[in-house]
Every structure is written in C-alpha cells, then in structure tokens.
Design a protein around this ligand. Sequence first.
Ligand code: IPE
Ligand code: IPE
Ligand code: MG
Length: 232
Amino acid sequence: MQSGTERPRHTAIVMDGNGRWAVSRGLPRIAGHREGASAVRRTVEAARALGLPILTLYAFSSDNWSRPRPEVGALFTLLREYLDGEATRLRDEGIRLEVIGRRDRLPDEVVAAITRAEGTTAAGSSMRLRIAVDYSARETIARAARRLPRGSESPREDLSRLIGGPDVDLLIRTGGEQRLSDFLLWEAAYAELVFLPCPWPEFSRSHLEAAIEEFSRRQRRFGRIDDAAEAV
Ligand code: IPE
Ligand code: IPE
Ligand code: MG
C-alpha cells in the first residue's frame, strides 16, 4: 500500500477520556460516559457517511471490571440502551453490528440486548460495526493459541485465522494517552496510530476526517523500502 488517497479499510478507536471530561466540568464520571454514548452515535453516523467499511470501538476492557461497581453498572446500562435504541437505525443504514469479547461475565440483559441487536442488523452489508466489550487482546490471542493445531506448519496464518479480526489500518485513541491498553494487539501490528488530546465526549466528524486525512499522508511500508529508493 502507498500513501496518497488511501483510506483505511479497518478503523479502530479507543474511546478514552470520558471520566476526565466529566470531572473537569464538576460532573460525575458517569455523565462523561453518557456524553460518550452520544459520541458513539455521531461517530458511527460519520463513519457510515464517509464510507468506512469496518469500524471497531473499544467500549469496555476486561481490566475495566476493576472500576467501582456503580460505574461498571452505568456503562452496561448505557450499552444496553445504545443497542436497544440504535439497532433499527443501524439496520436501516445497512450496518451490521458485532460485539467482540467475552460474554460469559456480562449481565444477562446485556447479553440479550447484544443477541437482539446482532440479529436485527445481521443482513447489513454497507458497513461492519464491531464493539469490543469485556475485551482483552492478550486473552483473545491466548485462547486462539490454545486452539492452534499441534505441529501447525503455518502458525502465524493459523493464529490470524483463529483470532479472526481484520488487520487494523488506522487506530485512533482519544483522551490524550498514548497506549493500546490491551486492544487489538495482534491485528494492529501495522496499524497507523493517531493519538488525539480530544476527550471522547467531544469527538466529532471533523476529528474523524482529520485522522483519515493524517492516515492518507502516512507512508506504509510493511517492512519494505520506498519504490523511489528502490530505483536508486
Ligand atoms: C473511556 O473513558 C471509557 C471506558 C474506559 C469505559 P474513561 O472512563 O477511561 O475516562 P478517563 O480516561 O478516566 O478520563
Ligand atoms: C481503555 O481505556 C479501555 C477503553 C477505552 C474501553 P482505559 O481508560 O481503561 O485505559 P488505561 O487504564 O488508561 O490504560
Ligand atoms: Mg481512561
């Protein structure tokens, strides 16, 4: 792949900074998560309008279980409201929703909402929206490794297939931190990273457009050298 007008096939976003956004306004952290849910609606709409084929959003990491119970509860309530409130709209827009991550530790009503929303949107073919919930990249890789055929001749390909996610082209993290926090570690091997100071509740279409613009300016080499350098 070359730089230029290239657009990401798979964009992944670490939606971070909700809590700090709220606290800096004298609001409870949960108010930041509520605004964050609005930012998810805006961002999905923008991604669809911009023609992005695959969008993965990091909503809840497996390490987020260690947050206070009321915060965890509020996050799951917001997730359930999002799924129940948006599924029909997503379907009408041709967006297929998938939730990645563990389901066995989620509250029953959240699992039910996920199943409903995935069912409602199953025929969508214009965009894939993946939401990572109780997700840990290390755990995903470890589980795939356990299923690797003994004596596999192409372990790298086999592991990729077992992990199953598409390679990430553009990875955005809002909220100012510059780390991956156990998100898509395998799939992001050659992702272009864009870190934004903007807290997630303020993320808008213009930020997404700017990140895509930045992506299109990057030279992706995948370990090779530039075509121009080769000619010298
Ligand atoms: C992202 O915002 C949402 C989740 C991780 C669930 P945070 O809640 O991490 O917000 P900060 O980073 O504390 O500001
Ligand atoms: C990463 O954000 C997880 C999500 C955005 C869902 P965190 O706020 O949990 O990450 P750390 O703790 O700053 O690394
Ligand atoms: Mg955070």
